[in-house]
Design a protein around this ligand. Structure first.
Ligand code: NAP
Length: 335
């Protein structure tokens, strides 16, 4: 069975995912695309082997050519298209964030609950990264004892001038927020953000780097450094400290050079290289699940919870104070 995917938004990630769905993933093809940038949509359609270009996302969602919807447009449009896919009864993978605000996320939860079964997954691909999976398996297997502290580092070579201090939370740390919840199997209940000394390599309006402290239901603490202009490459680290030991990510190394008496490993240049295998695994799990009539992937609740934390995180960036986080009651569909 081949799942016919329609892609809304043919920018960076829409094209990346489309290429994988056509050329790498077993059991999928891309039959439809749309974007407000019609020229770009037509170019991507041609690159993906002649998918039909739709005038807008709603026509794509309701087309008989589309079995499943992939939302890769800008965050502000995610709720509109995810809700339309639920209304059409079609499975939908929505790139992060599920939506930028919690009222929009709550509307998606309500629509999915009213539908009576899951249709939505959210693109938190780190859950599919072999390193994160192994750290989680080590914790879940009891090898390092009970978790006490989680340390996260997320460094990016450079960002454009349009990147703001709040996007650190809403665009970047949202990944650490999801991996922390998923790794520890509990919700984040507080957030505090402290500004370290600023790098001279960032545009003046941007507080860079930033350092956040997330408190968990059980009392575990999770630290998160985000450094948008670290200059040297894309570097994601995670160390989980338990009562009996620690477990850490190792950046994937494909080759090592020895030059002038020193060993040198390559640092991934960007997120597409670092998490390429994770994106592939995420899409394959989604498509394989759909082939069996199952919805496999982070849920709309996971999307809601992450957005909830980023909203309080933005407050914490503004005030520097520790902010307590509360949630709506989790619907039975997601328990
Ligand atoms: P991008 O390159 O800017 O692509 C987004 C595309 O959506 C643009 O072509 C944009 O057109 C188009 N668009 C805007 N409004 C639309 C609408 N109403 N209907 C259809 N298309 C519309 O951005 P991107 O980097 O691909 O990111 C897209 C989404 O994926 C974001 O939510 C981002 O956070 C997420 N993302 C996730 C990851 C991850 O690691 N999971 C990585 C990258 C991106 P205009 O440019 O003309 O506005």
């Amino acid at each position: 069975m081949t799942i016919r995917v329609g892609i809304i938004g043919t920018g960076f990630i829409g094209l990346d995912h489309g290429n994988k769905l056509v050329n790498v993933i077993n059991g999928s093809t891309v039959t439809a695309v749309t974007d407000v940038n019609k020229t770009r949509a037509a170019e991507v359609a041609a690159l993906l082997g002649g998918a039909k270009v739709f005038d807008n996302g709603h026509d794509l969602i309701n087309s008989d050519l589309v079995d499943a919807v992939l939302v890769c447009s800008i965050g502000e449009t995610h709720a509109e298209y995810t809700l339309a896919a639920i209304a059409a009864g079609k499975p939908v993978m929505c790139e992060k964030p599920l939506a930028p605000t919690t009222p929009e996320c709550e509307a998606i939860l309500a629509a999915e609950v009213a539908h009576g079964k899951r249709l939505v997954i959210v693109g938190f691909m780190r859950r599919y990264d072999p390193g994160y999976k192994e750290v989680k398996a080590t914790l879940d297997g009891g090898k390092i004892g009970a978790a006490l502290i989680m340390h996260n580092v997320h460094r990016n070579a450079t960002v454009p001038e349009s990147f703001t201090s709040f996007m650190t939370m809403t665009d970047s740390m949202i990944h650490e927020i999801d991996t922390t919840r998923w790794m520890l199997g509990e919700e984040i209940t507080s957030v505090q953000v402290a500004p370290p000394k600023r790098t001279s390599k960032a545009f003046p309006h941007l507080q860079d780097p930033q350092f956040a402290l997330f408190g968990m239901e059980s009392g575990v603490l999770s630290t998160s450094e985000f450094f948008a202009n670290c200059q040297y490459g894309y570097d994601v680290r995670c160390e989980l400290v338990g009562e009996l030991g620690t477990s850490s990510l190792v950046n994937p190394v494909v080759a090592s050079s020895t030059i002038a008496g020193q060993d040198a490993d390559m640092v991934p240049p960007d997120w597409r290289v670092r998490f390429g295998p994770a994106y592939t695994a995420e899409l394959q799990a989604w498509i394989t699940g759909l082939g069996k009539g199952e919805i496999v992937g982070p849920s709309a609740w996971d999307g809601y919870a992450a957005t909830r934390v980023t909203e309080f995180g933005v407050q914490a960036v503004k005030t520097g104070q520790r902010v307590e986080i509360d949630y709506i009651e989790k619907p039975a569909l997601y328990r």
